[in-house]
Design a protein around this ligand. Structure first.
Ligand code: EPU
Length: 338
């Protein structure tokens, strides 16, 4: 394989920028190259892992095996009345696609601007921000089934989307490799600017009747202000999920802290803000060596320089323990640990 590289430092392949050496790395730009890479690894009995933008992966040790970097590019729109079906290659950069769709006047992705990572990773994490999840615009995806050795199509139900969840984090984790994703956008979109941070930003911008471009610009401003840029400081976005707890647990916490953010769920349970819980335990801006907690968003762990994946995980465990001790809630990681 031409594009194969040996002994590659993954620091530049993940946004947390932790050093870890992969024995082999290959870029794939088509399904054919993907099949070739899998066959190459198969012949050598090498373990295979797939990386997109590396924005949700923290390696804790060297990777003995083949890392496939997904680079399949495709943008195929099909306009049908005011509906636009867009098929996207798994290697497309998510934010570039958001900017492109908004510039075309196609709504649906604007609230998810500036989420780091690639299109192929979007269904896996079921990414979301400011009141919108990718599941809400998802039509179907294509993935390579390593067991059956063919491309299969999956619809939303088969992907089992949940809050930052999908079947690709579970049963299909090793088996399926996403190659393209199709979304349903609209030329007459419904604007969703109800999330407080976004509506406040729009007000500050002096916009009363926002377009999709206004919403995208507002989201970009909020994210730039609150979240660290991985190009400047290593991070993986939200490190933990927001915990969904029994109503009684939320009430117990709200009795002591009436200001605790709490979002009632359809099933009667309540989603709490992990950032708030971590913040209450005094972690914002904390640092242990080069592993730290961002000083403007307590949910984001950062690598100030040479923190290893294990350093980051040690800090994460300390945070989990202190939140558990104080509030009786065990935070669950959102990032994938290698
Ligand atoms: N808060 C604090 N302290 C902090 C930060 C926030 O008390 O240091 C409070 C805020 O006041 C707010 C609440 O916590 O009431 C929630 O914070 P925010 O609205 O900023 O969102 P989040 O729950 O921290 C989630 C997603 C983000 C997404 C934002 C906006 C998860 C795990 N995270 O964060 O997604 O951008 O909402 O929709 O669901 C990601 O998944 O990587 C990610 C960044």
């Amino acid at each position: 394989m031409e594009a194969l590289r040996e002994s590659v430092d993954l620091a530049e392949f993940t946004t947390m920028h932790c050093h870890a050496v992969a024995s082999n790395v290959v870029d794939v730009r088509s399904v054919e190259e993907l099949v070739e890479a899998l066959a190459w690894a198969g012949e050598r009995s090498l373990h295979v892992r797939v990386l997109g933008g590396g924005s949700n992966v923290v390696p804790t040790s060297d990777v003995n095996g083949l890392v496939i970097v997904m680079r399949i590019q495709e943008r195929s729109p099909c306009v049908d009345g005011d509906v636009v079906h867009v098929r996207l290659g798994a290697g497309e950069v998510w934010h570039d696609v958001v900017e492109w769709t908004v510039s075309q006047g196609w709504g649906g992705m604007e609230n998810m601007a500036l989420i780091p990572g690639t299109v192929g990773a979007a269904p896996m994490q079921n990414i979301g921000a400011y009141g919108v999840e990718q599941a809400s615009i998802f039509e179907e995806l294509e993935c390579y089934d390593r067991q059956e050795r063919r491309i299969v199509k999956l619809n939303a139900e088969e992907c089992r989307f949940g809050y930052r969840e999908s079947i690709f984090k579970h049963e299909y984790c090793e088996r399926m490799i996403i190659t393209s994703v199709a979304y349903r956008l609209s030329t007459s979109p419904k604007i969703n600017a109800s999330y407080r941070d976004v509506s406040q930003e729009l007000t500050a911008m002096g916009v009363a009747e926002p377009t999709i471009a206004d919403v995208m610009n507002a989201v970009v401003s909020v994210r730039r202000r609150k979240l660290p840029d991985p190009a400047e400081i290593g991070n993986s976005g939200s490190f933990f999920k927001n915990p969904v707890v029994e109503a009684a647990t939320a009430e117990r916490i709200r009795a002591d802290h009436p200001d605790a953010p709490a979002y009632p769920q359809a099933d009667g349970r309540v989603k709490l803000a992990a950032a708030w819980l971590i913040d209450q335990c005094g972690w914002k801006g904390a640092r242990s060596g080069d592993a730290g907690v961002h000083d403007r968003q307590a949910l984001v762990l950062v690598n100030h320089g040479t923190a290893s994946g294990s350093d980051i995980l040690a800090l994460a465990s300390a945070i989990q323990q202190s939140v558990h001790q104080r509030f009786g809630i065990m935070l669950e990681r959102e990032v994938n640990v290698w």
